[in-house]
Design a protein around this ligand. Structure first.
Ligand code: ADP
Length: 435
């Protein structure tokens, strides 16, 4: 290990002290006295330097800096270097913080950091605009106080943030926000609120357009079907036209069914679900459906069975639920060969009410399953048309389930059959003879 320059200087200083003491001692005849005095001066000087060093380190005052001589020069240089690199690091951190703040402020979305108790720790610029909170009193504000919405409180407490929720801006009723929450660190959460008013507006325009077009088509179609019926009943004079009239009637009936399905879909989508708190007698509804299913099966003689918990009722919308159940049962008939088995079940499982339809039909290849609930998605266009399908059945099923907070699971094996399972949460369950 090499000793530094400063230490060489220190050794030289000490040697000079010893030399001077020796010369003075020899000249005066008090050799030991001269050494004692030199030692005392040397130690005293170092003690004084130590004191200055202490004050300099504590207060940072330049005047108290030790005289940069010998080992003290090494000590001073070390401290100065350390302070410089510290300052450089601070500057870099500050620059990073500034650019982070500048970038989050440039975000059009409101961003908030809240601690475990729900107190806001940090917000960006957009949050002040979208939520009307000032950056100064941010540390005193509870995030639940901003929206004053039980839905927001419940969502934040749920710890399940997979699906974002929509909220109205607390400063402007016309602004709709989409909230996403990401937990991080120790019980901290990052809240991101996006203005989706424009998207929502476009979605409403699309829904209105489909609903209006469907509505406008309803009357002309009824008139056309009426005339077709009259022409079919005209007897001899129209005999040659019978095949054409039958074809026209079949097609217009299909068109009418599409229009009705589109209108139902629009109603469910737009949340026009008045009577949602109605208690629906599902077992009774399924009894009627069973009779209809057997009639529809006709000569195909499917072996249809129903197993229903007679006491299990559901809070919801009766006609929508009827559409949901019938779409699944009629699909099972349409896609199961003659004499196939169809099992309809209605029961409680793990706190949820479950409606399931099992069939031993043609089944569905796995790659189609995620897309089945899209409007007009068909696995086999020709087969669907032949069975009179509109391609909207499963889209209706999905939307009705959504409006009842339910979930759809499709299990299928190509060539051997399918099971469609609908689960309704306990909040929608109602038992006859009890709540
Ligand atoms: P469609 O009116 O064509 O039946 P749906 O939305 O009800 O429209 O169903 C979408 C597609 O899903 C159907 O075209 C069909 O290919 C498939 N599908 C639905 N139910 C069944 C089933 N039980 N078995 C086999 N395939 C089915």
């Amino acid at each position: 290990m090499s000793i530094g320059r400063s230490w060489w200087h220190e050794i030289l200083l000490l040697a000079a002290c010893v030399g001077l003491a020796a010369i003075l001692g020899v000249a005066s005849g008090y050799l030991s006295g001269a050494f004692l005095l030199a030692g005392a001066i040397y130690i005293g000087w170092h003690l004084l330097q130590m004191l200055r060093y202490h004050v300099w380190m504590r207060d940072g005052e330049h005047y108290s800096m030790p005289i940069p001589l010998g080992v003290w020069k090494a000590a001073i240089d070390g401290v100065v270097e350390l302070r410089q690199s510290e300052r450089l690091r601070e500057k870099r951190l500050l620059q990073m913080l500034e650019s982070f703040q500048a970038s989050t402020n440039a975000l059009p979305d409101a961003t908030l950091v809240v601690d475990e108790s729900g107190t806001i720790e940090w917000i960006n610029q957009s949050a002040t605009r979208l939520l009307g909170i000032s950056r100064h009193d941010v540390s005193r504000v509870q995030v639940t106080g901003i929206f004053a919405s039980p839905r927001f409180d419940a969502y934040l407490k749920s710890n399940n943030y997979r699906t974002p929720i929509k909220l109205t801006s607390p400063v402007d009723n016309g602004v709709l926000l989409e909230l996403r929450v990401a937990p991080f660190g120790e019980n901290k959460r990052l809240l991101q609120l996006r203005d989706i008013s424009r998207l929502e507006q476009l979605e409403t325009i699309r829904q209105d357009f489909v609903a209006n077009v469907s509505h406008e088509m309803r009357t002309p179609l009824t008139v056309i079907r009426g005339y077709l019926e009259s022409m079919s009943d005209a007897g001899e004079s129209m005999a040659d036209w019978q095949p054409v009239l039958e074809q026209m009637d079949r097609q217009s009936a299909r068109l009418q069914q599409i229009v009705e399905d589109l209108l139902l879909l629009s109603r469910v989508e737009q949340g026009e679900t008045t009577g949602m708190e109605e208690v629906v007698d599902v077992p009774g509804l399924l009894d009627v459906l069973l009779t209809e299913a057997r009639l529809l099966s006709g000569e195909r003689a499917h072996r249809i069975s129903l197993q229903a918990d007679e006491k299990l009722l559901l809070k919801g919308h009766a006609s929508e639920l009827r559409s949901l159940f019938s779409n699944l049962v009629f699909n099972a008939i349409a896609y199961t060969p003659p004499r196939g088995v169809i099992e309809i079940r209605w029961f409680m499982e793990g706190g949820s009410a479950v409606f399931s339809v099992l069939d031993t039909g043609i089944g569905i290849e796995q790659q189609h399953i995620p897309r089945l609930t899209e409007r007009f998605y068909r696995v086999d266009e020709g087969r669907s048309r032949k069975s009179g399908g509109t391609g909207l059945g499963l889209a209706i099923v999905k939307h009705v389930l959504n409006s009842h907070d339910g979930r759809l699971v499709i299990e299928s094996r190509y060539g051997s059959g399918s099971t469609f399972i609908c689960r309704f949460p306990s909040s929608h369950v109602s038992k006859s003879g009890g709540a």
